[in-house]
Design a protein around this ligand. Sequence first.
Ligand code: NAD
Ligand code: TYD
Length: 380
Amino acid sequence: MNFKRNIVITGGAGFIGSHVVRLFVNKYPDYKIVNLDKLTYAGNLTNLKDVEDRPNYKFVRMDICDFDSFLKLMQDEKIDGIIHLAAESHVDRSIKDPFTFAMTNVMGTLSLLQAAKQYWESLPEKYEGKRFYHISTDEVYGALEMTNPEGVEPPFTTTASSGKHHLAYGTDFFHETTKYNPHSPYSASKAGSDHFVRAFHDTYGMPTIVTNCSNNYGPYQFPEKLIPLFINNIRHRKPLPVYGKGENVRDWLYVVDHARAIDTIFHNGKVAETYNIGGFNEWKNIDIIRLVINTVDRLLGRAEGEDMNLITYVTDRMGHDMRYAIDSTKLQRELGWEPSLQFEEGIEKTVSWYLENQDWLDNITSGAYEKYYEDMYSKR
Ligand code: NAD
Ligand code: TYD
């Protein structure tokens, strides 16, 4: 079958990638979607059970650092678009093992770029109709000051259609023009990869796009990250390790809204541009933790707030960034994207999902999910 477009999504078995794959497979039956993933500890094919038998979906297990295999895949599948999400993504792991982060995030991205360049430049039409879309993070911009610790209305006019802004905890925001200033090995490795992507546009004319998104939350997030880890711990009445005083601020976006933004930008974004993605939704960690405890307790039929005693203040993360806050006005004005959910609604949906899918959490925490790939392919 001839498809209108042949797209590789890297990291499609991970948290955000699985939402992007699902959206593209369902919305574009005339596109071939190749999910390329190494299946590290963070990759989980059960995230995509609902689309794995679709005729426009294909899974390939591959390391993004494997230049020869990726070049062959591009040639065999006639790839014209790359949406690149594969990465090592957890700050705490990067503090323990920065080398793996440099290998995957920097060298892996460079390997994809170089293979794409070689394949696309070999075609008669060259870069015409091609796109290399790199998914990055707001963490590359560094950390912002907490100039308004009590919170004030943010100075932007665009907002989620369903509601209002949450408070802003400072006067400064990350803009597309903000100078890079990464602090953690994770954000340093993402910054390195972003620079390579832009360099391939500026040097070779590759049609690239970079987006920098704020913290995501929602279904299928690996339970080492704040929200799913805490939902799981509350469920089992295990301590909730709050780093430092719990006052660090993150700007949270529901993962499906990120996937929608990626769809919009992949199709309508301007080549060589950067777009910041975020929902003007700043929260102090401790306020999220209280909201999550209340929600889990209520949905499990416990007395609301009963599990507040699980909060355990622990030694702060090394180099812990104080505040992230994204200004996504450019994306909202130029491409008409806006978040669909307010945070309280998103948290309700998220907690409900984890509690309705406790076997997903149990499979991960027991390690059983890693067998799914082997079993699935040994059956074929
Ligand atoms: P994740 O850790 O859940 O998933 C990463 C996926 O990449 C996994 O499926 C893993 O198997 C795969 N992978 C890792 N190394 C690989 C390699 N060498 N070759 C092939 N596949 C490999 O991550 P996520 O939270 O879904 O993040 C996806 C992307 O979005 C990352 O690039 C991350 O930097 C970026 N991002 C994440 C957030 C967030 O809040 N999670 C926010 C902004 C940007
Ligand atoms: P995390 O989900 O790891 O995302 P990131 O570090 O990329 O922002 O952490 C979100 C915030 O929650 C961050 O300020 C660190 C904090 N945190 C805790 O206090 N305890 C935890 O156990 C974890 C995982 C995170």
